[in-house]
Design a protein around this ligand. Structure first.
Ligand code: ADP
Ligand code: MG
Length: 736
């Protein structure tokens, strides 16, 4: 069956050569029960390991069933072990975290059996070694004698023709030892059993042959009992490859059956998942913040989510325009009269109240009012600002009580035509005040501003005069008391008319801007002076108004309220603003996303450094986790050596490990996703998680998942490679 011819085994250890045994000539046959004795260090274990194919030999020839083995590869020896050898060790080499049943079942599963087919067989083996009561007990809880009986049952389960036992009773009391020897002797009837022992007397009654070793050599080889040698047939057992289902079963069993190891792996994977995601999210957040930082020289309101639009055909916006824009994705609001956003409107009152800021439609107010109510009448407004602002906090009651006026654009004074009332206050973190009002007031303010943006000139008595922002002279103003088609001018102008009488004379107002030109032919209906100004126009302040020309509100609106030529769209998520820009362009608008026009002071080198630091950090995290996982896996060496000793291949070991790591990866990953989901539902609320949810996209989650899977895969491959670099026995021994 097995024949050794001048076989020698050397150990190379850091340049020192030690001899395991030298020039051994032996032959073993089926039916024999061989005891090998000899003092410690005489080479007994080495001999058994070589015979078992667990270790290599350096010299001589070893024959298995007549076949020479010097050309055997690692795979051939694996195959040999699976077909021929059942090992029993002094220190048992069982899987401590498995139950008795699972330990015995393991070897059958590895050999391709189906779980349900072998139940009876495993239970019978357990009964045979008298451990039925303990079949579901973890091996780590058994006594030494019981453990060795499990090892024997396991060897029997494999049903190999050869059983090799290295001091199986070395760790047992004499009573258990005798039991074990008896068991082995029964097996030996139709197998070849080779046993190493220190206690020859104990085995003498049972053995058929005695070999004594000394200093690496066979000193004595004596037949005790004659056996009929039955070597004419091939005793090799046949086996199949382990099924996928059983790999999965074992992999998952390994994931959870050592709780501390599982928790440790779980913690490391959780750490890397959270750290990678967190780091990546905060990087994206910073990128985003950098992309929205900065200012714009033209637009005061340079929010990153604002897109300024006008129509490609230069016509005014219609309601249909706004309707179709509102239907686009990611639209938060439309500020139709967006000019007001970039204006700084002053509001002041008699008792020195002073509020200043852009004007917005009350429809765009999404925050809750801190005080008061929303506007109802045309002249009612809501003020938004910082809660530490003196006017908005301490003086808020007085403010809401006061008569306020819009500052006049033309001369910076107060326009008493427009009396305003604050009815609500809303607080922000920002220090900028914002004035919210209804559409009517918005239009009124807008018209005033439009007037300033138009080029306005007056044709009067064959002379052109500019209507100027800086002076009141020929400044066009609306007045309720003037009839349409009429204009009331200062009596100071009378000198330029014939007979110093301008009544019924013609005056033309011409208005132009980039979108349109228009003009208005008016008839002078009256002239005002210091005394009649109040009666004629309802205005007290002569000095501030003298020189201006007053026209009816409807004429004023005809000139300056020509419709909306520029608007702004606000998006919900500025990170997706480019999509909205494209959509608007397709619909026939010129879009300008202000986010892309911002000017910043940050140096590009700083961004580069930040990016590099993030990359280094991510790699460091990755490798820290990688090494910690590798360290945790070192504790698995015994398990995988055992698997290998039982005939499991490198591929099986690798696959079992991959399943185990992937189980943890997926568990951690999907638990974490669940956690994010709960957070997004507001069931729980963690700020750092909210940042992640806000800044990570679906593709980021996929990439992270692939990174985790890839890492697990890499670790499994490297681990298996390292494990199989050494002989089984070396990995087994090193861990003991
Ligand atoms: P036994 O089992 O009879 O006590 P061993 O087979 O374990 O003896 O050892 C035989 C010889 O080989 C001893 O001299 C021992 O020191 C040496 N030896 C065993 N294992 C190793 C090893 N891994 N590296 C170097 N020398 C070894
Ligand atoms: Mg030994």
């Amino acid at each position: 069956m097995i024949k050794l011819k001048n076989v020698s085994k050397f150990y190379y250890n850091k340049g020192v050569i030690a001899s395991g045994f030298t020039k051994v000539n032996l032959e073993f046959n089926m039916g024999e029960f061989v005891a090998i004795t000899g003092e410690s260090g005489s080479g007994k274990s080495t001999l058994l390991n070589v015979i078992s194919g667990l270790d290599s030999y350096e010299e001589g020839e070893m024959y298995i069933n007549g076949e020479e083995t010097s050309h055997y590869s690692e795979k051939d020896f694996e195959d040999y072990r699976r077909k021929y050898i059942g090992n029993i060790f002094q220190n048992f080499n069982l899987v401590n975290s498995y139950s008795v049943y699972q330990n015995i079942e393991l070897v059958l599963l590895l050999n391709g059996a189906r779980k349900k087919d072998i139940k009876q067989q495993v239970l019978e083996l357990i009964k045979k070694v008298d451990l039925y009561k303990f079949r579901n007990t973890k091996v780590s809880k058994l006594s030494g004698g019981q453990k060795q009986r499990v090892a024997i049952a396991r060897a029997l389960a494999k049903n190999t023709p050869i059983i090799i036992a290295d001091e199986p009773t070395g760790n047992l009391d004499s009573k258990s030892a005798v039991g074990i020897i008896k068991l082995l002797s029964e097996i030996a009837k139709d197998k070849l059993v080779i046993i190493v022992t220190h206690n020859y007397e104990q085995v003498e009654p049972y053995i058929t042959r005695k070999i004594k070793m000394h200093d690496g050599k066979v000193l004595e080889d004596k037949v005790i009992k004659k056996v009929t040698i039955n070597d004419d047939k091939n005793h090799a057992i046949s086996y199949k490859n382990i099924t996928f289902g059983n790999k999965l079963r074992l992999g998952l069993r390994n994931t959870f059956n050592i709780i501390p190891k599982f928790l440790l792996l779980f913690a490391v994977y959780l750490f890397i998942t959270v750290a990678l995601m967190g780091e990546y999210a905060s990087f994206k957040q910073e990128e985003h913040q950098a992309s929205v930082a900065g200012y714009n020289y033209v637009f005061q309101e340079a929010s990153p989510n604002r897109i300024v639009i006008n129509k490609k055909d230069r016509t005014p916006f219609t309601d249909d325009d706004f309707k179709q824009i509102a239907k686009l994705n990611n639209i938060k609001s439309i500020e139709k009269r967006d000019i007001l956003l970039d204006m700084y409107v002053h509001i002041s009152g008699d008792n020195n109240f002073y509020i200043g800021g852009p004007v917005k439609s009350i429809d765009s107010l999404s925050d809750k009012l801190a005080f008061g109510r929303l506007p109802e009448a045309d002249n009612e407004i809501v003020i938004g600002g910082n809660k530490y602002d003196y006017y908005l906090s301490e003086l808020k009651d007085e403010l809401m009580d006061a008569d306020l006026y819009l500052a006049d654009y033309s001369y910076g004074g107060i326009d008493k035509n427009l009396k305003l009332k604050v009815v609500g206050i809303v607080y922000y973190d920002d220090y900028q005040d914002i004035i919210y009002c209804g559409d009517k007031l918005l239009e009124q303010i807008n018209n005033n501003i439009m007037k300033e943006y138009n080029y306005t000139r007056i044709l009067f008595m064959n002379n052109y005069y500019e209507s100027n922002y800086y002076s009141t002279y020929f400044n066009v103003r609306p007045n309720k008391k003037v009839s349409p088609g009429k204009v009331i001018v200062s009596s100071d102008l009378n000198w330029s008319c014939e007979y110093e009488n301008c009544i019924n004379k013609n005056l033309k107002v011409e208005v132009s801007n980039i979108y349109y030109d228009d003009s208005l032919n008016l008839t002078i209906s009256n002239t005002y002076n210091r005394n009649n100004m109040n009666t004629l126009l309802g205005i007290d302040d002569y000095d501030q108004n003298n020189g201006a020309i007053f026209i009816s509100e409807s004429d004023y609106n005809r000139l300056f309220n020509k419709g909306i030529y520029q608007s702004s769209v606000f998006v919900d998520d500025d990170r997706e603003i480019d999509t909205v820009v494209k959509d608007l362009d397709k619909l026939g608008y010129h879009p300008l996303a202000l986010k892309n026009t911002l000017v910043t002071d940050e140096l590009p080198i700083i961004r580069l450094v930040k990016t590099i630091v993030t990359i280094i950090l991510v790699f460091t995290l990755f490798f820290i986790s990688y090494f910690i996982i590798k360290i945790i896996l070192k504790s698995r060496n015994v398990y995988f050596s055992t698997i290998r000793m039982l005939g499991g291949t490198r591929k099986i070991s690798k696959q079992l490990l991959i399943i185990e790591l992937l189980a943890v990866t997926n568990l951690v990953y999907f638990l974490f996703l669940g956690f994010l989901y709960l957070n997004s539902l507001q069931v729980i609320n963690f700020r750092f998680v909210n940042d992640m949810i806000n800044y990570l996209k679906f593709s980021d989650y996929v990439i992270l998942y692939l990174i985790l899977i890839g890492m697990s895969y890499l670790i499994s491959i490297k681990y298996a490679k390292k494990l199989f670099k050494n002989s089984v026995i070396k990995t087994l021994v090193e861990e003991v």
